[in-house]
Design a protein around this ligand. Sequence first.
Ligand SMILES: [Zn+2]
Length: 334
Amino acid sequence: MEPKVDWSLGRGGGAALLLLGGLLFTACTNVSPTPPSPKLQISIPAERPTFSSDSAYELIARQLAFGPRIPGTASHKRAGDWLVSTLRRWGARLYEHTGVYKGTPIRNIIASFGPEGGKRVILSAHWDSRPYADRDPSDQRAPVPGANDGASGVAILLEIARLLAQKPLPYPIDIILWDAEDLGQEGVEDSYCLGSQLWLSEPKPYPIQTYAWGIHLDMVGGRDATFLQEGHSRQYAPLLLEAIWTVAQRLGHQRYFVSLPGDPIIDDPFYLSARGGIPMVNIIQRDPMGKGFFPEWHTTRDDLSVIDKATLQAVGETLVAFLYAASPETFVPK
Ligand SMILES: [Zn+2]
């Protein structure tokens, strides 16, 4: 993915806000936070499954053990086969959406849970890893291991799949693992997110109108990560965004889920929201001081050493609590 516009906080204002814990907002910035909605009522059920960051961490390690997950390679195929068999073992109905888009072979993996009928919810992440570490200081041609950029989101969704098998939700959920998100070139329009673009353009088992909303995870395992309120999410899914951040903060994760506006990112959820009409929230690491995603982004150092179980736990717990508090009919602007 790539940032669309770099219109982050005013530098001085940003520093002051950080000292205040990121929860306050003053007129010293040029953008506004999502205003609290008086209608927003969320009750988090006490009875909900327990997210395990130990399990999620292991699931990242398992993905990395296949090697880089570059579309068209043998290690990509082996990783994909393992994702399919793992999700199937946890009770999902599997659908593989394959094709060729802009010359790239695509394998989107879709795991359905819950009832067949009714409005559906999407949880997504990208499972491919970037073929070239073009931000690396010394070896720009080497592949990116993709521990945080890719595998972290997939691992959290796999762990949630395991929990859904233990305590099913009453509504349908599709876990969608997008392929070929990260082959793009910075500044080249629509060169990222090939898997989601192909999916939008083709017939599928559940028509696009059946999807009520969705949540996308990207770079959700980095040490001391901050998740700002991403620009397209604020535009297309403001209630959903506010509800997720509210749940995170009630669980004590305000250090990660910061109520400050982030810039818009061209990523899979952007295409689903803008072109598919599905309100999506993108939970993605972004530095409040305008320093980009995470320090090892698109380098050869995006390996297990950048992953912090505390971040995985904050994101996983928030997602579990939110899913068991929500329904496809809630948090969608009427
Ligand atoms: Zn990337």
